[in-house]
Design a protein around this ligand. Structure first.
Ligand SMILES: [Fe+2]
Ligand SMILES: [Fe+2]
Length: 136
């Protein structure tokens, strides 16, 4: 299967070094999970990959929320809700995949949508807020 996301690109950068580094790594983890789910049949390994991605997601979200808190970002509470929804979605996909209810491609699509809508889209609002604050 051809992934729609083909690695890190400058257009994904928000201009916040700490977040860009984490997003870059997050994208690498998605690519690895996508590839491994489709090429390995080892269920124990699949579980480990989901755990790896889940832990990194937790780390990244908390890191991002703390950054937002320090900057007094007014959208923090709403943003936290989006993060919680993504974690719920990841857990749901993990369970459905492990129980054989969905195929790897659905998990990959979920993660790609996440990256494009949240990481590239929603997170950008914070970058725009920071840029605007710097101008004022
Ligand atoms: Fe993010
Ligand atoms: Fe975020």
């Amino acid at each position: 299967m051809q992934n729609k996301l083909e690695g890190w690109s400058e257009k994904y950068e928000l201009g916040i070094e700490e977040i860009d580094l984490q997003h870059h790594y997050f994208l690498d983890l998605i690519a690895r999970l996508a590839n491994e789910l489709q090429t390995s049949n080892d269920l124990f390994y699949h579980k480990s990959l989901f755990i790896e991605l889940g832990l990194y997601t937790h780390f990244h979200f908390i890191s991002e929320e703390n950054l937002m808190y320090r900057a007094s970002f007014p959208g923090l509470n709403e943003h936290k809700k989006f993060h919680n929804q993504l974690i719920d979605g990841l857990n749901r996909n993990k369970l459905l995949f492990e129980d054989g209810h969905i195929q790897a491609i659905h998990v990959v699509e979920f993660l790609e949508q996440w990256f494009l809508n949240h990481t590239v889209g929603e997170d950008r609002k914070f970058a725009e807020f920071l840029n605007k604050s710097a101008e004022d």
